[in-house]
Design a protein around this ligand. Structure first.
Ligand SMILES: Cc1ncc(C[n+]2csc(CCOP(=O)(O)OP(=O)(O)O)c2C)c(N)n1
Ligand code: SF4
Length: 245
């Protein structure tokens, strides 16, 4: 019998992201896992400021638009007020790792029982493609016109590697949406991060490498090739901290 795969009820088609953007893939994976768990009516998403704001128009579930960088703190508050709900923060790298770095690390350090997804597209996308702490060495952005000079700015930050060192953190992984194989693997990371919260294991973080063809100034095909060649070798994929079985 043919298997018919339907779109999860929590995502709308079309979405509000640019053509070829990877955000929509992560949206769908999260929605699929929430639906598998039967949590469509028992989930609150706290959205960071950035292209994640587009989900205000395409995520068919309860959500809170937070101030820039504060999604993890808001998700913590949601969980304190309603421990019965699934509390998920959805942020960009600029939101979670630059303006909201303190909030991200404090939530992780305390092992707040929330699930955090961070789209790492190596730039501040929504505001027109400025350099972020995740921008690759030599990468041209609107604020690094000659390419990121790491002798001035330091090397790109790897927050999951930091969070994974905190003893109480339950789960940390880095996935990517650049190939079918990695999307399949990412689904497992998304499931683990959500199950960690549902089982009361503590804080979970999944970073997702994501193409941004619009601000990278590349075709989708070229973006995927650039990710494979430049981004993935620096931002290694896999589980950085597995769940305690
Ligand atoms: C306090 C504050 N500072 C700056 C901004 C401007 N701002 C809006 S979105 C954004 C960048 C978001 O980048 P990121 O979190 O990486 O998400 P992306 O758009 O790349 O998905 C910035 C700097 C703001 N809205 N509020
Ligand atoms: S600007 Fe980049 S990250 Fe934002 S929706 Fe467009 S492609 Fe996606």
């Amino acid at each position: 019998m043919a298997v018919v795969k339907t779109t999860p009820t929590m995502v709308s088609i079309p979405n509000h992201f640019c053509p070829g953007c990877g955000h929509g893939i992560l949206n769908r994976l999260i929605a699929e896992v929430i639906q598998e768990k039967g949590y469509e009516k028992k989930t609150i998403l706290t959205l960071g400021v950035g292209c994640s704001c587009n989900m205000n128009g395409s995520w068919n579930g309860d959500k809170i638009q937070t101030a820039h960088g504060r999604a993890a703190s808001t998700a913590t508050g949601v969980k304190v007020a309603r421990p019965d709900l699934l509390s998920i923060a959805y942020q960009g790298d600029g939101d979670a790792y630059v303006i909201g770095l303190a909030e991200t690390l404090n939530a992780a350090y305390r092992s707040e029982p929330i699930t955090v997804f961070v789209i790492n597209n190596n730039n501040f996308a929504m505001t027109g493609g400025q350099m972020s702490w995740t921008t690759m060495p030599g990468q041209v952005t609107t604020t690094s016109a000659h390419g990121r000079d790491t002798s001035l700015t330091g090397m790109p930050i790897r927050v999951p590697e930091i969070a994974a060192t905190f003893p109480d953190v339950a789960y940390v992984a880095r996935g990517s949406v650049h190939s079918a194989k990695e999307i399949n693997r990412l689904k497992g990371y998304v499931r683990n991060a959500i199950e960690a919260q549902l089982n009361g294991e503590g804080y979970a973080l999944v970073e997702v490498l994501c193409q941004c063809p619009t601000n990278w100034g590349m075709s989708v095909e070229k973006s995927i090739q650039w990710m494979e060649k430049e981004v993935v070798p620096y931002y290694e994929l896999g589980e950085l901290k597995g769940r305690r079985k």
